[in-house]
Design a protein around this ligand. Sequence first.
Ligand code: SAM
Length: 179
Amino acid sequence: MRVTSYMHHFLLKHCDENAIICDLTLGNGNDALFCLQHFKHVYAFDIQPIAIVRSKLKCEKYSNKDFYCLDHAQLDTVLKTQVDVVLMNNGYLPNSETNIMTELDSSIKALDKSISILKKDGYLCVTLYRKHDGGIEEYEGIKNFLNQNKKLRNIQSFTYENDDLAPVLTIFQKINEGS
Ligand SMILES: C[S@@+](CC[C@H](N)C(=O)[O-])C[C@H]1O[C@@H](n2cnc3c(N)ncnc32)[C@H](O)[C@@H]1O
C-alpha cells in the first residue's frame, strides 16, 4: 500500500463527515480531492500558482473548499477556524519544477501554527520524502520538532520495508492545548 493510501484509510476510519481539513501542501490536489469527497471542508495552501490552478480544476465539482496561494508559514493570516485534521506532504510538486520544494524553516513555522488551530484529539498527518537534496535534513528536523512537542502524541508511522530512504508517514494526535 502507498503511504498516501494508508493515510486516506486512516482518515476514513478515524474522522466523520463533519471533519474540517487543513492541507498545508496542496500540490496536485490529490489529498484535497479525497478529503472533499469524504469530509466537510478543505482549507489548503501552496506557494505555486500552478498547484492552485491544477487543484482547482481537479476539484471543480466541489465548493466546500478554500485554496490559498500562500506560504503555509502564513496560514494564520487567512485561516481563523479550528480544524480536525492537518495534512503535510512535503517535497516538490510532481510534474513540475523540482527546485521549488518545502523547506525546514517554513515547514516548522507552518506546523507550529497549525498545531495551534488543531482541535484537541485532532490528527496531524505528516508525509516526508528523503531521496531529494535536503530531504534527510528536513525529515530529521521535522521529526525532532514534532516528537518534542508536548501537545502531540505519535500514534502511528508507516513506511516501506527494505528501503532506508522510503517516504515516511507519521500520524500524531493532539493531546493537550497548553504550551
Ligand atoms: C509533494 S507536493 C504535495 C502533494 C499533494 N499533497 C497532493 O495530494 O498532490 C508538495 C507541495 O508543497 C508545496 N510547497 C512548498 N513549499 C511550500 C510552502 N512554503 N507553503 C506552501 N506550499 C509549499 C510545493 O509547491 C508542492 O506543490
